[in-house]
Design a protein around this ligand. Sequence first.
Ligand code: 5GP
Length: 187
Amino acid sequence: MAEGKLFIISGASGVGKSTVLKKVMDSRADLQFSVSATTRAPRPGEQEGVSYYFVSKEQFEQMIQQDAFLEYDAHNKNYYGTPTKEVEQKLQSGHMILDIEPVGAFNVRKKRPDATLIFIEAPSWEELERRLRGRGDTPEDQIALRLERAKWELEQKEKYDYVVVNDQAQACAERILHIIAQVADGK
Ligand code: 5GP
């Protein structure tokens, strides 16, 4: 069986990526989510092995030594990385979505030039800030860091294959599903 296609989705904290991604995943049974490893603490409701593999800084650095990552990056004072095994195994049985930020996205593109990069942006900067604060699960010092990071991320969007606006989650998910259908099914 041919390997599945790789899709990378990026978007700043607070852009509403998780809601959109859930809708996308729920609509296509042949899409699998790549579970990343991170050193950040779990948020309420996040599950080990589903949202992330939550590991210590020492464990993460050991994985770097073992060359276990397809890509990794340190941002917002934590490490985040895509385990190579996760991607290689899951691509055997379907298409995959990686939710990673631009540095990781561009590093994956170097190794897998056929990956499709999709950037989700908020309708406006004010709206992004409002959503991030409104989520209520991120401490104020992290909000400042994430907004600073978001500004830089937004400047990277031109390098993506597609940019979609999350004005409304369902509509945004449908735009992404349309892109996936084009790339994966040739529709
Ligand atoms: P959060 O802490 O809100 O879950 O994620 C923060 C940022 O880390 C998001 O932009 C997300 O896309 C990114 N991220 C999550 N997993 C990975 C990963 O494995 N590699 C990289 N480079 N970024 C990741």
